[in-house]
Design a protein around this ligand. Structure first.
Ligand code: ZN
Length: 293
């Protein structure tokens, strides 16, 4: 079985942006962290706030985004940050954030991924824990959406996604399967932006969301196509869904090998699958994986 060393940043970096749900100005700082630290957020705007480990047991339900909460502190919209760290295989990172929500950036993970790469990534002496999918696991909801994890005969993570919102949707059906590694992350996924239907924008605004964003800041899709913007690839939407899967899967806190096949799955189903995998599969500790290798 293929194992690898844990990795962290070579130096700290700071980024800023606007929160899509809270409309807040956000500063977020990514700092190196020791072996077996994992990804932890710390709310610097709260007094005596404890770090919030980015793990599935700390996930809390929020509509259309991923949020974690621990000992009274929470942070939401973390999936694009988590995807960037997972895509680049940055396993240990302390993230200081001065708001309850990660910044939206341009709706993708591209800018952050470039900054993280520029900071440099260094290997650490410890091996990374992993879960290797040994038997099929699947979850579904009452709309017919589902996501499955299946065994693979190679030590890789592959994610396939089928998106079909129906004949009347401005988003055409799209399907893509990718093997995830730092190279495919940067070339095939990091640039893909979050998207919203034009019909949904007014509802979101009435709820107070996205008040500081315009159609140029993320993908808005209407009957006439993309509003005030251009697609980066024809299948940008399905690429972003795979990006979201990767960010949500990262809450498992270790490497994941297997083939994941999603049909219209969203954050809630992604999290449910990860919980089920954790309850049905054993984590192979770094020490054991080292011996198997
Ligand atoms: Zn997303």
């Amino acid at each position: 079985m293929q194992t690898r060393n844990q990795r962290t940043l070579a130096r700290s970096i700071e980024c800023s942006g606007v929160g899509i749900f809270t409309n807040a100005d956000v500063k977020i700082r990514f700092c190196p962290a020791p072996e077996n630290h994992g990804i932890q957020f710390i709310r610097t705007d709260l007094v005596d706030s404890k770090p919030i480990p980015a793990l599935i047991q700390n996930a809390v339900f929020k509509q259309r985004r991923t949020a974690i909460e621990y000992q009274g502190a929470s942070v939401e919209m973390i999936e694009h940050v988590m995807a960037a760290l997972a895509g680049l295989r940055i396993d240990n990172c302390r993230i200081e954030i001065n708001a309850p929500e990660a910044p939206c950036f341009d709706g993708s993970s591209q800018e952050l991924s470039i900054e993280l790469l520029e900071a440099g990534i260094v290997e650490q002496p410890f091996k990374r824990d992993l879960i290797c999918i040994g038997q099929p696991v699947s979850v579904e909801d009452d709309t017919g959406s589902f996501i499955q994890a299946k065994p693979l005969n190679r030590s890789v993570l592959a994610i396939g996604y089928y998106l079909n919102y129906g004949e009347d949707s401005p988003i055409p059906p799209q399907c893509l399967t990718l093997e995830i590694n730092p190279e495919t992350w940067m070339k095939q996924l990091a640039f893909s932006r979050t998207f919203v239907l034009e019909d949904e924008v007014e509802t979101m605004r009435s709820l107070g969301y996205g008040l500081r964003l315009s159609a140029g800041d993320l993908l808005v899709l209407g009957e006439q196509g993309v509003v005030d913007n251009e697609l980066r690839t024809l299948d940008e939407c399905v690429r972003h869904k795979i990006l979201d899967c990767l960010g949500d899967f990262a809450l498992i806190g270790c490497d994941l090998y297997g083939y994941f096949c999603a049909n219209q799955s969203g954050h809630a189903l992604n999290r449910e699958l990860i919980k089920k995998i954790k309850s049905t599969h054993q984590i192979i500790s770094s020490e054991a994986a080292w011996k198997i290798a």
